[in-house]
Design a protein around this ligand. Sequence first.
Ligand code: SF4
Length: 250
Amino acid sequence: MANNSTIEWTEATWNPTTGCDRVSVGCDNCYALTLAKRLKAMGAEKYQNDGDPRTSGPGFGVTVHPQALSIPFSWRQPRLVSVNSMSDLFHARVPLDFVRQVFAVMAATPQHTYQVLTKRAARLQKVADQLDWPDNVWMGVSVENSEVLDRIDDLRHVPATVRFLSCEPLLGPLDDIDLDGIHWVIAGGESGSGHRPLDPDWVIHLRNACQEARVPFFFKQWGGRTPKAGGRTLEGLIWDEMPVRGLATA
Ligand code: SF4
């Protein structure tokens, strides 16, 4: 994927790998899986490798794209970059050597700020000390319900300047969340025809936990049939807080 992301909190996306496999309920309506199928049908070069039909799909087999490594060097203006919106960089089938090359590109382009998000927190934690962590890399894990709170424990061990949580789509209460060592929390509901409902109490509890722990909170949207269907106001306010430390490097 190239520029002009529609993701609200990024300015660009960069996919040095594509493809993935579903790992938890947060993946049930994976938009990337659906999009990959369409891109394959359209003949898009990066999406011709099929994944396991039980967990993945047409055009969504895990594939590394060395030719995509040079893309950030061509962006002159600083960008907030979402890394691998069409994949998971810490998928077991992405070789560690390639992950290292992605990190080397991020380190060599300090004008950009990179947001890397994974559901493979265990592998992230396992390989974190074999990677160099430049200040412009924000590392996040997805936390959709309380069954995956252990991803936060894995993230806490990662020496990134900004460690963040993406609680989107939020699918259940996160009553016992521990925000120690976390610098930013994003939350949001699901969108699309099969969207699952977002209980306002879950969001309010999470926002309160952030306030108590003095962690910036960003509420993206309630979700619905379209991302904007439900708006993004929570108790009459827009929550656009950002991690101050990370922005200073952007
Ligand atoms: S980890 Fe992300 S990209 Fe992979 S299947 Fe799940 S939602 Fe899709």
